[in-house]
Design a binder for this molecule. Structure first.
Ligand SMILES: Cc1cc2nc3c(=O)[nH]c(=O)nc-3n(C[C@H](O)[C@H](O)[C@H](O)COP(=O)(O)O)c2cc1C
Ligand code: SF4
Length: 498
């Protein structure tokens, strides 16, 4: 048995399964926003649980934003199986007169899959200890990967065609390969800035299952030969930052970041940084400048970060979800999935995990979230740099290449597409860092061109062309996308009053 195996076995053995019945109260961003602790007190939940021998544990949200304030009841049944049931609005739980009947009536199949598949599996189920995470499958593939060769690991990622989940969908294996070439120090930067309006999947992932990200980081460090990692977390994502900080300490204390666990004497140092906020702060070269203490504006490219990133050294920059997704590629049936943050006109807004193989349609996703395709005039895909998906396309399957970072907003039946586009343009104007003229001046002019009664399509189109060709970064480069998309799909709304 390898020392690595011993560490994992010891951690796993250190988890005693908790009580037979356990209520996990979801206290992540959504729980906090809905005052879950106050609600627990108001409905007298602790007393009810005590009377019924149910242990109460505070944990993260499970990605079901719509359900907050919520809790998940887990119970070990007579067949020693764990069954789970989520309760939204905690009153519902209190109204259960006979807890025993409820517990015995709970059926298997409500999502408990022993940590064996998708990215969201452990969300809202972990008690915050490393032992529990390992017990539910965290780091389970690392032993196998670290025993193999770097090129085998890289090949696996390439075979599964994993692409970046930060928006641009650049092939992950290629990025890692490019940064592996040179001798000397190199870095990994994890992009968890998530400043794009309408995207909230990374913070849920970090709050709910930070060890999945750390596992992905270790795999990247092993393959590329990296010993220094920066995780750049959005300054407002406090629950994510706290959960991740704790997980890094746990991993360090358990020896997961050092040569006891990693091959070839590798020792990984992980440092957390908090962004100051702003859409452009998620652009990769802005993050590099920010970490170096320079003015947070985009850099010219080339050189690309894989050649000259932090302090001029090769640097891999990956979105947090990308690294988390790496961990799923060694499962028996790897689920190529993508997290999307779905909000707007649906009954159940939240984080959804959609298959990346093109088997789910837009209509299917809307229905899953309690939306009504028939009364949804469009889905905005990608926020201020995005496009509209119109009802004529709802039966098409969702393609990875078009989901961007995964921020989806289902528009309400009475939405004014023109107002939405104007609001997005004003947002880009406000968020432009002003470093380059095409974006600084272009967003201003675009806003003016859209503010008149009858919009001049030719002028808009040529301005957007200049902005997309000449802007220093893709904030300016893609600021015209929603405008062109709306002109193409809703041509009649631009004539007459703005
Ligand atoms: C204005 C702007 C904002 C961005 N914000 C983010 C972000 O919040 N998170 C992210 O991962 N990528 C963001 N990106 C993309 C990153 O620059 C980069 O492509 C990504 O982090 C690479 O990781 P990946 O290959 O794993 O997707 C942004 C890009 C632009 C132009
Ligand atoms: S495109 Fe906009 S955000 Fe990007 S560098 Fe130019 S001014 Fe700044």
């Amino acid at each position: 048995m390898s020392p690595r195996h011993v560490i994992l076995e010891t951690l796993q053995g250190g988890y005693h399964g908790g009580a037979e019945s356990r209520l996990m109260i979801h206290e992540g961003t959504c729980g906090t926003a809905t005052n879950v602790r106050q609600e627990v007190e108001r409905v007298g939940l602790i007393e009810v649980c005590e009377e019924n021998d149910v242990e109460v544990v505070y944990g993260s949200c499970d990605g079901n934003c719509w359900a907050a304030p919520s809790a998940t009841l887990r119970h070990e049944n007579d067949a020693s199986e764990f069954v789970e049931k989520r309760f939204s609005r905690l009153d519902e739980l209190i109204r259960v007169e006979d807890f025993g009947v409820l517990l015995n009536g709970m059926q298997r199949g409500q999502g408990f899959v022993d940590g064996k598949s998708g990215l969201l599996d452990r969300l809202g189920r972990l008690d915050g200890s490393l032992e529990h995470a390992v017990w539910l499958g965290a780091y389970s593939n690392v032993d196998q990967i670290l025993r193999g060769s770097k090129s085998d690991a890289l090949q696996r990622i390439e075979d599964w065609k994993l692409t970046g989940r930060g928006g641009a969908h650049f092939p992950t294996a290629l990025k890692w390969r490019l940064a592996s070439g040179n001798e000397g120090p190199r870095y990994l930067v994890v992009n968890a800035e998530e400043g794009e309006p309408g995207v909230f999947k990374d913070r849920h992932l970090l709050e709910g299952d930070p060890h999945r990200l750390l596992e992905g980081i270790l795999i990247c460090c092993f393959v590329v030969g990296i010993e220094k990692v920066f995780i750049y977390v959005n300054g407002q994502a406090r629950a994510a930052f706290n959960s991740l900080s704790k997980a890094v300490e746990q991993a360090k204390a358990a020896g997961l970041l050092g040569p006891e666990f990693l091959p070839n004497g590798l020792r990984v140092d992980i440092e957390l940084r908090q962004g100051a906020g702003g859409y452009v702060c998620g652009e990769e070269s802005v993050i590099l400048n920010s970490i170096e203490g320079a003015r947070p504006v985009p850099r010219f490219k080339p050189p690309f970060a894989t050649d000259e990133g932090l302090w001029g050294r090769p640097t891999v920059i990956n979105n947090a979800e990308t690294l988390a997704a790496v961990t799923t590629l060694w499962q028996d049936e790897p689920p190529p999935t993508k997290l999307v943050s779905l909000s707007g006109n649906v009954a159940r807004p939240g984080v959804y995990e959609v298959p990346a193989d093109g088997t789910l349609s837009w209509a299917g996703l809307l229905l899953q979230a309690g939306g009504e395709p028939g009364s949804t005039p469009a889905i905005l895909l990608g926020g201020p740099s995005g496009v509209f998906v119109i009802p004529e396309r709802y039966d098409e399957k969702i393609k990875m290449s078009e989901v961007g970072a995964g921020g989806l907003v289902a528009l309400a039946p009475d939405s004014s597409i023109r107002s939405v586009v104007q609001a997005l343009t004003k947002y880009n104007l406000r968020e432009s860092c002003g470093e380059c003229t095409p974006c600084r001046e272009g967003t201003l002019r675009l806003d003016a061109l859209l503010s008149v009664d009858t919009v001049d399509f030719d002028k808009v189109t040529s301005l957007v062309e200049v902005m997309s060709e000449a802007s220093l970064c893709m904030l300016g480069g893609m600021a015209g996308r929603p405008v062109l998309s709306a002109i193409e799909d809703f041509p009649t709304i631009w004539k007459g009053k703005a």
